[in-house]
Every structure is written in C-alpha cells, then in structure tokens.
Design a protein around this ligand. Structure first.
Ligand code: CAA
Length: 464
C-alpha cells in the first residue's frame, strides 16, 4: 500500500532578527553569517507563543486548507525538542487548542504521543505513522505529524547565530498527492553522544559546535551506507559502473540547523560516494591537490578536530571540490532550492528538514521543473545522536498542492525586532501580555499557572 505526505502546512512567527543587525551587535563580520553560515533572518517567538501554539497553528492551517474535520484524523503526533513538561505530551495541548475551534472532545478518538530525539524525532514520527497506514490500521483515516521547535541558544554563545522558530504540520495518508515513501529503505544510525543536549530545567542547550558538525556528517554517512544496501536489495534502483546512489536521488533534503550545514553535508556525502568511482580521477586532476587524510585515519572525532594541519587542508580541499563543475551541477540541481527558506527563517530544529523539503518543492516548481516521479532523499540528524536516511517519489497530483505554495505570503507581514527587543524576549523579561505582534486567526498562550497546586498548567486562546 502507498503511504506518504499528502500536504504540508507551516506556521512561522512574524517577528524576526536581521542577521546584519545581530552581527553588528556581537562584533561579528556580517559576511560570516550571510556567506559563512547562510543565515539572513531568524524567526523569533513573541511573549505569547510557545512550541505548542506554533504546532497548533500549523495543524489548524493544514486542516483548514484541506477542509478536514477531526473525525478524519486518527493520529496526531508532535515531535519536538522544546518540551516544557516531563510527563504531559505536547499533543494534548495541541488537541486542546484545536478543540477550541472544532468543538469540545471532537478529537476524543484520536491517538498520538510526543516524540523526542533532538532534531531527528520528526522523521521517526513520520516513519511510524507511515507504517500505521501501511499496516491497514488507519482504515481511511489520516495522520498528522507536526514538528515544532524554538531554537534558542545562550546570549553571546557561538550557537546564537543559528536560532529560529516554527512548526510544520504534515498530513499522511494512503493516497498521498505529494510524496509516497519508498518501502523498506529507511535506514538509521545511533550512538550515545554529547554533541548537543539540554538537561532537565535548562532552557538552552549545551553545545559542542564543531564536534556536532562532524558527528552529524558521520552519522548521516553511516545511515546512507545502510540505505544504499537496502534500496539496491529492493530493486527500486540498480547501479551501473561509475554510478553512485546519489545519481538516483533527484533532490536531497538535509537537516538544516543553518543553511550552509546542508552544503557541508552534501559536499561530504558526495565526496564519500565519488571517491571510489572512476570520475574521482578527473575531479582530483581539476582540483590540483590530493584529498587529505588525518594523521590518525581511524581516530576519534576529537583527534580529527585536533589535527589542525588536516583540518586546514581538508577545508581547502572542500572549497576547491565545491567549485568543480561536476559538483556545482549536483549542488544546483539537488540541494540549492531547499536552502532558500532556511536562510529567511533560521533553525527550526525538528522542523528544519521539512521546511527544506517544502522550500525545495516551492522553488523548483517556480523554476518550471516537472517534479512528477522525482525521487526525494532525506538526511535527518538528531544530536545525541541518531541519523535517518529515507526517500520517496513525488506523486502525479503534486501540482494540486505545490502550485499554491508561497512562503512569503504564508509567513505574512513580518516585524523586524530591534536588538533590545530581541534580548528582552530572549531573557524572558516581558510578560505574556506584553507582546509585540497582534495575533489574528491564531492560537496564543494566555497564562502559565505558578501556584503550587496548578504549577505549569498552560492556557491558550484562539484569537479571531
Ligand atoms: N566571512 C565569510 N565566511 C566566514 C567568515 C567571514 N568573515 N568568518 C567565518 N566564516 C565561515 C567559516 O569559514 C565557516 O565556513 P566553513 O563551514 O565553510 O568552514 C563558517 O563561516 C562558520 O564559521 P566557524 O566554523 O568559525 O563558526 P563558529 O565556530 O562560530 O560556529 C557553529 C559555527 C559550530 C555552527 C556554531 O554556530 C554552533 O555551535 N551552532 C550550534 C550547533 C549546531 O548547529 N551544530 C550543527 C550540527 S548539530 C545539529 O544539527 C543539531 C541541531 O539542530 C543543533
């Protein structure tokens, strides 16, 4: 049975911080943000928004756009790494908000849980719900997977330039208009790591930035190796000599904590895949230098990062590699369109990969590309650490959905924050009522109880 993504909706907060203003305030070269990291604007949440109301707003957009009533939804999963309760799942708050619009207990039949594994949990949620449909358990109902996060780092930390906020809701069913997932190819890797984590009670993560970058690349590469074996075994793809699995993936969407991480990941994976192919000789000749190897090729991530000579040479090699004609063609055709939205919005943690997917569909369609039958690959990564690689085929009815995509219109009119406003919001110095954006046709957070018997209870309202 086919199963996959029928439609996709988003909710991005209207407030944003301009990268150049941020760079000036932190004494950074704006080029580091814009060219080095690929960050132009970062969406920032208002005082009356939290990850649950971002998620509920994305779900409402999805349901209204598809004229779906609650009885058509059998599962509603929320994937997030911005949880605010150790026990109560975020989907219960989301259901509570949706019932303000659709009626009390209108979702009473619906199941679902909150999923956690840093930024990869949305992909696990998609996989599990796809299998619920494939198993015939859905009996004609749809599942909604909503990925929602606020990417928030300490003021003045190196991660502060990679913030953002937003939610993406995806509708899954057995007759998807957008993308049907390839069966029996989904591949994972997992390892106990401390590259990025957020201990109980801490609002911002503890991050080992360069370590996390390299771990991401290694974990995705490991999952890709498994994916390659699986997809060859299914017979969905056969490889000729001098072909790599990447030649059979028309578009690649990578987890995007910042847009240039997608570029880094593509270059790393392509290098890895091409290294053993005849075409590599021509690449090396064009670059004019041999591919560097670390002093200890079987060493740890720490030993590789500490090998300054290798790191510098590898950086130089990567830069030259990405300028080769063959690689530039792969980058332009498979990845570039997926990075556009990330530059405008910033890091959405769990939702970043799916914002990239949406961006790729919208901007490739605008170029006039016929997307029917194209294979889309996903490289999902969550710190801590796990990666998931999977793929799907764009379906013939995709145009019905993609023709109406308009990122700018869907985000709406945006309000640029001053640095002072941003820092006040970041440090939670404004109370819930002291909001900046005037909400309209959306859910907002109205109260968080503080008394001992009801501490942590959260209340939301739909604003007409
Ligand atoms: N002009 C142009 N480019 C410049 C520049 C300038 N003046 N100054 C620096 N750059 C370039 C650098 O050359 C570098 O490019 P390459 O990657 O091509 O080498 C880029 O800008 C970034 O520079 P640095 O590596 O020196 O930046 P940094 O050390 O300050 O930190 C970071 C970058 C590690 C991503 C940091 O922002 C961070 O810790 N972010 C949070 C963690 C993170 O996002 N990790 C990603 C993988 S883990 C994950 O994905 C999970 C998740 O969602 C968090």
């Amino acid at each position: 049975m086919a199963a996959g993504i029928d439609d996709i909706a988003l909710y991005i907060p209207n407030l944003y911080l301009e990268a150049s203003d941020f760079a000036e305030a932190r004494g950074l070269d704006p080029a580091k943000l814009q060219r080095g990291l690929g960050v132009e604007q970062m969406a920032i949440v208002d005082t009356n928004q939290d990850p649950a109301c971002l998620a509920a707003n994305a779900c409402l957009n999805l349901m209204q756009k598809n004229k779906l009533s609650p009885e058509k939804i059998g599962r509603l999963y929320v994937a997030t790494e911005s949880a605010f309760d150790e026990s109560k799942a975020m989907n219960s708050y989301v259901i509570g908000m949706l019932e303000q619009v659709y009626g009390n207990e209108s979702f009473g039949h619906c199941g679902g849980i909150e999923c956690k594994f840093a930024c990869v949990s949305g992909s696990y949620a998609l996989y599990d719900n796809t299998n619920w449909i494939r198993a015939g358990e859905a009996e004609g109902q749809n599942a909604i997977v909503v990925v929602s996060d606020i990417a928030k780092y300490d003021l003045g930390s190196s991660g502060e330039v990679t913030q953002g906020a937003g939610a993406i809701a995806m509708l899954l069913n057995d007759n998807p208009r957008l993308l049907a997932f390839d069966p029996k190819v989904t591949s994972t890797s997992i390892k106990n790591e401390y590259d990025f984590y957020r201990p109980f009670g801490k609002e911002t993560p503890i991050v080992h930035g360069q370590y996390s970058n390299l771990l991401y690349l290694i974990q995705v590469k490991n999952a890709l190796a498994d994916y390659k074996e699986k997809i060859l075994k299914t017979g969905l793809v056969t490889l000729k000599d001098d072909e790599t699995i990447l030649d059979h993936i028309d578009y690649l969407n990578m987890h995007l904590p910042y847009s240039n991480m997608g570029k880094k990941a593509l270059a790393y994976l392509v290098r890895h895949e091409w290294r053993s192919l005849p075409r590599w000789k021509d690449i090396i000749a064009e670059i004019g230098m041999e591919e560097p190897v670390p002093k200890d090729p079987r060493g740890t991530i720490e030993s590789v990062l500490a090998d300054a000579e290798f790191m510098a040479k590898d950086h130089e090699f990567t830069k030259l590699f990405t300028k080769t004609e063959k690689y530039a063609e792969v980058y332009e055709s498979k990845l570039a369109s997926s990075l556009i939205a990330s530059k405008m919005v910033g890091n959405l943690y769990t939702a970043s990969l799916y914002l990239g997917f949406r961006s790729s569909l919208e901007f490739e369609y605008q170029k006039g590309v016929d997307l029917n039958g194209k294979r889309i690959g996903f490289g999902s990564y969550g710190s801590g650490a796990s990666a998931m690689v999977f793929s799907g085929l764009v379906q013939s009815e995709y145009e019905e959905v993609v023709k109406d995509m308009n990122l700018e219109a869907e985000i709406g009119v945006r309000t640029k924050l001053t640095l002072e406003e941003y820092e006040e919001l970041h440090e939670n110095k404004r109370n819930t009522e002291n909001n900046i954006h005037s909400a309209k046709k959306e859910f907002i957070l109205t109260d968080v109880k503080t008394s001992p018997e009801s501490r942590g209870e959260r209340y939301y309202e739909y604003i007409e």
